[in-house]
Ligand binder design. Structure first.
Ligand SMILES: O=c1ccn([C@@H]2O[C@H](COP(=O)(O)OP(=O)(O)O[C@H]3O[C@H](CO)[C@@H](O)[C@H](O)[C@H]3O)[C@@H](O)[C@H]2O)c(=O)[nH]1
Ligand SMILES: [Mn+2]
Length: 937
C-alpha cells in the first residue's frame, strides 16, 4: 500500500537473472582486458612489418572495449513496469486531466493523407472522456489535400467513434481494423462501406492532386488556400473542425466528440522553420489557448494507436500518488506494422525496445524518442523539478468567442516571427538545431531533475511504418546518428553537461547512442586492414596454437552467442539476427561515417543538417520485393559506393590470398596457423555481403544496384588498388576515408523533390561577389505510361526580388551567375504539366574564403589557400558529376519508356561519368600531393 493509504497505480519489477548476467559480463570484460594486454605487449618493432597496422588495431580494440562497456549500462539493471488501470478509474475517473494529442505530418506525397487520417481517427477514438480529449493535426506540407482528408475524417468520426465504443473495437485505426476482421457482421459491414466510400474520395483526390470542386465550394476553409503560393511560403492556416464546446456537434449516438484542429503554421522561405520541433512548438502554443490539456501526447502521422487504453496506462504513471510527481514523460516503444519475418533492414529496433530501453529505465528513464510519448505540458515548457510540488489542476476558463474569432486571434501564435527573442526552441518547448530534437529535449528535461519512464506493454500501443528500402534505412540512421553525435558535442552533452544532473548509468546509456557515429572509424578499420594484411601475408592476431588465442576466441564466441540469444529472446529469428548483423555493418560503414563527417563539417561551419523525411509509401514492385525480403538498392548513392567498395575489397583480398596459397611454394599451413582470424573476418564479410554481390552482378530487377554504381565502386576500388606509391596501409585507410568525404560532399548538396504545381527554394549567399552554380534535371514524370517532353520553368530572383534569370520549358539546364548582393536568393520551379514530376536540383555557392583571410591577415597562409582550392575543385567535380548522373538517370527512365533511340547518348554520358570519376581520382592525388608538399614548407 502506498504512502497515502492507496494501492499504487503501477508496479516495477527488476529483470530476472541479473546476477548471472553480471558475472557473464565481467568474464567478457576480463577477456577484453587480456586482448588489450596482448596488443600492447606484442607491438611489432620499428622495422618490422605491420607495426602501424598493429597500432591501428590496438586503437580500434580499445574503442570496441570502451563501447562495449557503454552498452553494459543498457543491460545492467533492467526494469519492467505494469499498470493498474482499474485503480485509476476508481480513484480518478471524475478528475482525469485534459489530454492534447499532436499528430505531425509534413508531405502529402510521402505521407499519404489517408494514412494520416487513419492515425487521427485512431487517437480520436481513445477510451477517454471525449470532452477532455483534443486532437491537433500539424501539416508542415500545408496541403489542401490533407485538409480535405481531415474534413472527411471529421464526418466519418461521428460514426466511427460510437462504433468503436459500442463494439469495443481494437485497433481503432479504421484501415488496420478492416484489414484484420475475419468475421463480417452487419454492423461492421455498414461502417466498412462508409469507410470505403471515404477512402475512394480521398484517394481519388490524392491521385488527381486536387480537391473535388463541390467539396471545395461547400467548406469555407479552402479559401485559405487562395493566397497560398507554395508549401514553403504561406500564411498560418488554423481551423477548428470540431469544437467540443459546440452543443450541435455530436456523434450519431448523441455523444460529444473530441476537439479536432487543423494547423499549418506560417512558412516563409527566409525563416528557418526548424522541422518537427518548430511544428510541435507552434502546436504547444496554439493548443494552450484552445484546450490547454495538461498532458500532451505526440505521434507521427504513421503511428496509429493500436490500443485504446494507452492514455490510461500513461496516466497510471503520471498520476500515481507516490511516484507520479517526479515523472516528466512516459515513452512507449516505437513498433512497426510492416516488419517482415526476418526483418531485412533490422528496422524493428527489437533489441533497443525490448532490452536497452528497459535498461535505461532502470537508471532514471528512457530517452524521449518522439512518437508515442506522453508529456506533462508544463515540463515540456521548461519547468524545473521541485520536490513536493503538486500540479494544481486549473481549468482556465477561456473566454468563449466564436470559433472564427478565436482562429483569427490565435494565428499569430503560429507565425514565423512569434518566436523571435523568446525562449522557444531554447528553454521552452522542443529544442531547435538538432536533427533529433526529441532526444536533446528529453535530456534537458531530465537534467532539470525530472525522471522519465518506459512502458512496453505486451499489446503494442502504437504501430508505424518502417522504411522499406536500404537507402531509406541508411538515411534515417544517418539523421539519428548525426543528431545524437551533435548532442555529444553540444552544450548539453551527456558526457559532461549532464554530470551530477542525471545518474551515471543514464549518462553512459545516452553516450551509447551519442557515440554511434564515431563507431564508424574502428569498424571501417577492422573491415579493411586485417584483410589487407592477409593478402600481404602479415599476421595481426595470435597463432591458433598460442594461449593468447583464448581471450580472442572467448570474447568473439561469447559475445556473438549472447547477442544471438538476446535477439531470439526478443522475438527475432536466426536469419533475422544475421540480417541484423549485416545492417549493423552497413550502418557503421555508411550512415555513421557520413553522419560523422557531416557533423564535423557542420561544426566547422561547412554544412547544415536537415531533416529528410522517411517515406511511408513505396511502389508496388518495391513493396513486393520487400515482402519477399529482397534487398532494395534501386538508386545510386554515395553510401552504396562505400559499401560495395568494401565488399569488393574483401572479395579481392580473399581471392588474392587463396591464389597465393594455391600457387605459392611455401606451405599453406602457415596461413591457417597464423591468419585464422583474418581469414575468418574476411570470410564473414564476404558471406554477409552476399545480397550486395547479388545486387551488383546477378540481379536484373529494378531493385538491383544501378550499373553506374557498380562502375563507381570499381573505380574507387581501383583507386585503392593502384595506389602503389602509398605504401603503408594507413594511407590506404586514409584514402578510403577521404573518398568517403568527397562522396559525402555530394550527398550534402543535391536535393530531389516531387513537384506538383510550384515549389520554391531559397539559398543564402553570404558574401557579395560569390558565384552561384545551379543545375536541374527533370528526372521522372509521375505516370510511367506517359512520357512527356514538357519541361519546367525556373525563375531565379535576387534578395531584393529582382529577377536574375528565367528558364522556360527546360528539362535540364545548368547556369552560373555572380551574386552582386548577399542575401537570400530564391529559385521557384513551376510545373505546367498535369503530372507530378521529380526534379533533381543542385545549387552551390563558391567563395574563396582565403581571399578574406588574405585581406585581413598579413601572413598569407598557403595551406589554407590550398585547402580552399581543393574543396572548391572537389566540389566542382561533384557538381558536374551530380548533373551527369541525374541526366543519366533521366535517360534511363526515358529509355524504358521509349525504347532505343537515346541509348547512344546514355552510353556517351556513362563514358563521361567514367571520365569524371577518373578525373576525380587524378585531381585528388594531384592536389593532395601539392597540399602535402606545401605543408612541408
Ligand atoms: O519538417 C518536418 C519534418 C518532419 N515532420 C514530422 O516528423 C515526423 C517524423 O518524421 P519521419 O520522417 O517519420 O522520421 P522518423 O525517423 O521515422 O522519426 C523518428 O525520429 C524523429 C527524429 O529524428 C522523431 O522526430 C520522430 O518522432 C521519430 O519517430 C513525421 O510525422 C513528419 O511528418 C514535421 O512535422 N515537419
Ligand atoms: Mn517515421
Amino acid at each position: 500500500m502506498g504512502r497515502e493509504g492507496h494501492f499504487p497505480l503501477f508496479e516495477t519489477k527488476r529483470a530476472a537473472g541479473r546476477v548471472t548476467y553480471r558475472v557473464f559480463a565481467v568474464s567478457i570484460f576480463v577477456g577484453i582486458c587480456l586482448i588489450w594486454v596482448y596488443r600492447v605487449s606484442h607491438i611489432p618493432k620499428q622495422a618490422e612489418d605491420g607495426r602501424w597496422g598493429w597500432i591501428g588495431l590496438l586503437a580500434a580494440e580499445l574503442w570496441f572495449g570502451f563501447y562495449w562497456l557503454l552498452t553494459q549500462a543498457l543491460r545492467w539493471s533492467r526494469v519492467y513496469r505494469r499498470t493498474f488501470k482499474d485503480r485509476l478509474s476508481q480513484r480518478f475517473e471524475k478528475e482525469l486531466p485534459g489530454v492534447d494529442i499532436y499528430v505531425c505530418t509534413a508531405d502529402p506525397s510521402i505521407e499519404p493523407p489517408l494514412m494520416v487520417i487513419n492515425t487521427v481517427l485512431s487517437v480520436m477514438a481513445y477510451d477517454y472522456p471525449p470532452e477532455k480529449l483534443s486532437v491537433y493535426l500539424s501539416d508542415d506540407g500545408g496541403s489542401d489535400l490533407t485538409f480535405y482528408a481531415l474534413l472527411e475524417a471529421s464526418e466519418f468520426a461521428k460514426h466511427w467513434i460510437p462504433f468503436c465504443k459500442k463494439f469495443n473495437v481494437e485497433p481503432r485505426s479504421p484501415a488496420a481494423y478492416f484489414s484484420s476482421i475475419t468475421a463480417p457482421t452487419d454492423a461492421n459491414q455498414s461502417i466498412k462501406k462508409l469507410y470505403n466510400d471515404m477512402e475512394n474520395r480521398i484517394e481519388n483526390a490524392t491521385k488527381l492532386g486536387q480537391v473535388p470542386k463541390e467539396a471545395r465550394s461547400k467548406h469555407k476553409g479552402f479559401s485559405h488556400w487562395d493566397s497560398y503560393s507554395s508549401r514553403h511560403d504561406h500564411d498560418t492556416i488554423l481551423q477548428i473542425l470540431i469544437d467540443r464546446r459546440d452543443p450541435n456537434v455530436i456523434d450519431v449516438a448523441g455523444c460529444v466528440l473530441p476537439t479536432l484542429v487543423y494547423l499549418a503554421r506560417e512558412k516563409r522561405p527566409q525563416h528557418p522553420h526548424n522541422f518537427k520541433a518548430g511544428a510541435m512548438n507552434a502546436l504547444i502554443r496554439v493548443s494552450s489557448r484552445i484546450s490547454n490539456g495538461q498532458i500532451i501526447l505526440n505521434v507521427d502521422c504513421d503511428m496509429y494507436s493500436n490500443d485504446s487504453s494507452s492514455i490510461r496506462d500513461a496516466l497510471c504513471f503520471l498520476m500515481d500518488e507516490e511516484k507520479g510527481h517526479e515523472i516528466a514523460f512516459v515513452q512507449f516503444p516505437q513498433n512497426f506494422e510492416n516488419i517482415t519475418t526476418n526483418d531485412l533492414y533490422s528496422s524493428s529496433l527489437r533489441v533497443i525496445s525490448e532490452v536497452e530501453f528497459h535498461g535505461l529505465d532502470g537508471f532514471g528513464g528512457p530517452l524521449y524518442i518522439g512518437s508515442g510519448c506522453f508529456h506533462r505540458r508544463d515540463t515540456l515548457c521548461g519547468r524545473k523539478f521541485i520536490r513536493g510540488y503538486k500540479h494544481e489542476e486549473k481549468w482556465e476558463s477561456i473566454q468563449r468567442k466564436s470559433v472564427l474569432e478565436l482562429e483569427e486571434q490565435l494565428k499569430g501564435l503560429a507565425s514565423c516571427t512569434y518566436e523571435a527573442n523568446t525562449q522557444w526552441g531554447k528553454e521552452m518547448g522542443l529544442k531547435y538545431g538538432c536533427p533529433v530534437e526529441d532526444v536533446i529535449t528529453g535530456l534537458s528535461i531530465q537534467s532539470r531533475g525530472w525522471k522519465s519512464l518506459y512502458y512496453n506493454p505486451s499489446r503494442k500501443a502504437f504501430l508505424g511504418v518502417a522504411p522499406t528500402t536500404l537507402p531509406q534505412t541508411l538515411l534515417q540512421h544517418k539523421r539519428w546518428s548525426e543528431g545524437d553525435f551533435q548532442i555529444l558535442l553540444s552544450q548539453y552533452s551527456p558526457a559532461w553537461y549532464a554530470h551530477n544532473k542525471i545518474s551515471l548509468g543514464l549518462q553512459l546509456g545516452y553516450c551509447c547512442y551519442c557515440f554511434w557515429a564515431p563507431n564508424c572509424l574502428s569498424v571501417l578499420y577492422y573491415s579493411i586492414v586485417p584483410s589487407l594484411y592477409l593478402l600481404r601475408g602479415i599476421p595481426l592476431f595470435p597463432q591458433i596454437s598460442s594461449p593468447w588465442m583464448i581471450p580472442f576466441a572467448y570474447v568473439i564466441v561469447s559475445k556473438y552467442t549472447y547477442s544471438l540469444a538476446e535477439f531470439l529472446w526478443c522475438g527475432g529469428t536466426i536469419l533475422g539476427w544475421w540480417n541484423d548483423q549485416r545492417i549493423w555493418l552497413y550502418k557503421r560503414c555508411s550512415s555513421y561515417l557520413f553522419a560523422f563527417i557531416d557533423t564535423i563539417l557542420k561544426s566547422l561551419g561547412f554544412s547544415d543538417s536537415g531533416f529528410i523525411i522517411t517515406s511511408k509509401v513505396a511502389d508496388q514492385d518495391v513493396s513486393q520485393r520487400y515482402e519477399k525480403e529482397i534487398m532494395e538498392f534501386g538508386t545510386s548513392s554515395p553510401m552504396f559506393t562505400i559499401l560495395s567498395t568494401l565488399a569488393l575489397i574483401n572479395l579481392c583480398f580473399l581471392v588474392g590470398m587463396v591464389k597465393q596459397v594455391i600457387m605459392g611454394e611455401e606451405g599453406s599451413a602457415k596461413y591457417y596457423e597464423a591468419m585464422w582470424l583474418q581469414i575468418l573476418i574476411s570470410g564473414v564479410l564476404i558471406l554477409i555481403n552476399w545480397p550486395l554481390f547479388q545486387a551488383l552482378f546477378l540481379r536484373k530487377d529494378e531493385g538491383r544496384m544501378p550499373s553506374s554504381q557498380a562502375l563507381k565502386s570499381l573505380t574507387s576500388l581501383g583507386l585503392i588498388q593502384i595506389e602503389d606509391k602509398m605504401k603503408t596501409v594507413l594511407t590506404r585507410y586514409a584514402t578510403f576515408v577521404l573518398l568517403a568525404l568527397v562522396l559525402s560532399l555530394q550527398a550534402v548538396f543535391g536535393i530531389r523533390f516531387v513537384i506538383d504545381r510550384e515549389d520554391c527554394f531559397s539559398h543564402n549567399v553570404q558574401y557579395d561577389g560569390d558565384t552561384v552554380h545551379l543545375s536541374f534535371v527533370v528526372v521522372k514524370v509521375e505516370s510511367s505510361w506517359h512520357y512527356t517532353q514538357d519541361g519546367v520553368d525556373l525563375v531565379v530572383k535576387g534578395p531584393s526580388g529582382n529577377q536574375i534569370h528565367d528558364f522556360r520549358d527546360k528539362i535540364s539546364d545548368k547556369y552560373e551567375f555572380v551574386a552582386h548582393e548577399k542575401g537570400i536568393y530564391r529559385f521557384c520551379f513551376t510545373n505546367k504539366s498535369p503530372y507530378h514530376e521529380t526534379i533533381d536540383f543542385d545549387v552551390h555557392v563558391s567563395h574563396f574564403s582565403y581571399l578574406d583571410q588574405h585581406a585581413k591577415d598579413e601572413h598569407f597562409n598557403p595551406l589554407l589557400e590550398q585547402i580552399s582550392k581543393l574543396e572548391e575543385a572537389l566540389y566542382n567535380i561533384q557538381f558536374e558529376q551530380h548533373w551527369l548522373e541525374a541526366q543519366t538517370e533521366r535517360q534511363a527512365i526515358v529509355n524504358d519508356a521509349m525504347s532505343s533511340m537515346a541509348v547512344r547518348k546514355a552510353l556517351f554520358e556513362s563514358a563521361a561519368l567514367i571520365g569524371a570519376s577518373f578525373l576525380q581520382v587524378y585531381l585528388l592525388r594531384h592536389l593532395f600531393e601539392r597540399k602535402l608538399g606545401m605543408s612541408r614548407v
